[in-house]
Write a protein that binds this ligand. Structure first.
Ligand SMILES: Nc1ncnc2c1ncn2[C@@H]1O[C@H](COP(=O)(O)OP(=O)(O)OP(=O)(O)O)[C@@H](O)[C@H]1O
Length: 230
């Protein structure tokens, strides 16, 4: 790789306004970002500063009302909804605060099912699901259902599900918010290991100051813009 790392995300003047007329709320007011690939990145900012709104735009779950956004060199703002869905399905993984697992399926079935609906060929699906569960340290418990797993193990399952198709970018919105601080730290260390070992890019949002020590870079959002980068 060249000295200048390639970008996984580039945003320029990114805006997201909700509502119309007198009820209009400008949440993102021109976000400029250049996120190098293969790093662990955190967005921080007070509640309501727009972190989730920004993550949703980066993941193509929502469309900006202004500005431009590229993912892995691809202009996301120029794509149709269907094309954006396809990019997300094949090249991104999403992790949420609430884990969002299917309660009647085992950890393995949760991972395998997502591979199936995202079009992964049947050949190799079992291996891909098992490898992802192994990467998150859950292979020994993969036949348990979510209610038999701890919160940390449930979040590991959700992470396995998000990385099984080998995405380039993993987006995690407050992935540790439902966990105690020690378990949350283990989850962040898992993201750290995934970035180091597989070269995936991870962007997460957090309020937890302990996490800031572990990530490569922190971007702080304030009043709809990135105000600090370190
Ligand atoms: N669909 C929507 N319609 C109107 N306002 C919205 C919508 N989505 C978000 N907002 C507003 O945008 C602002 C930013 O919300 P967002 O969830 O992005 O913040 P956040 O930084 O993730 O907050 P938290 O840390 O509490 O999760 C909030 O004031 C919220 O009310």
């Amino acid at each position: 790789m060249s000295a200048a790392a390639e970008s996984i995300i580039r945003a320029s003047g990114l805006k997201r306004t909700f509502g119309k007329g007198a009820g209009e709320v400008a949440v993102l007011k021109g976000v400029d970002l250049d996120v190098p690939a293969g790093r662990l990145i955190a967005f921080k900012g007070r509640s309501g500063s727009g972190k989730t709104t920004l993550i949703n735009l980066l993941g193509g779950l929502d469309r900006p009302t202004g500005g431009s956004l590229t993912f892995d060199g691809l202009n996301l703002t120029g794509l149709s909804d269907r094309e954006r869905d396809e990019v997300r399905r094949t090249k991104m993984g999403l992790v949420f605060q609430s884990f969002a697992l299917f309660p009647l399926m085992s950890a393995y079935e949760n991972v395998e099912f997502l591979l199936r609906i995202s079009g992964h060929p049947s050949k190799g699906r079992k291996e891909a699901a098992e490898l992802a569960l192994e990467q998150v340290g859950l292979k020994a418990r993969m036949h348990h259902r979510p209610f038999e797993l701890s919160g940390g193990e449930q979040q590991r399952t959700a992470i396995a599900r998000a990385i099984a198709h080998k995405p380039k970018l993993l987006l995690a919105d407050e992935p540790t918010a439902e966990l105690d601080s020690k378990t949350g730290l283990h989850i962040i260390k898992l993201f750290r290991d995934l970035v180091t070992q597989s070269g995936i890019s991870v962007i997460l949002t957090t309020h937890d100051p302990a996490i800031m020590e572990i990530v490569d870079q922190v971007y702080e959002l304030e009043d709809g813009q990135i105000v600090v980068q370190n």
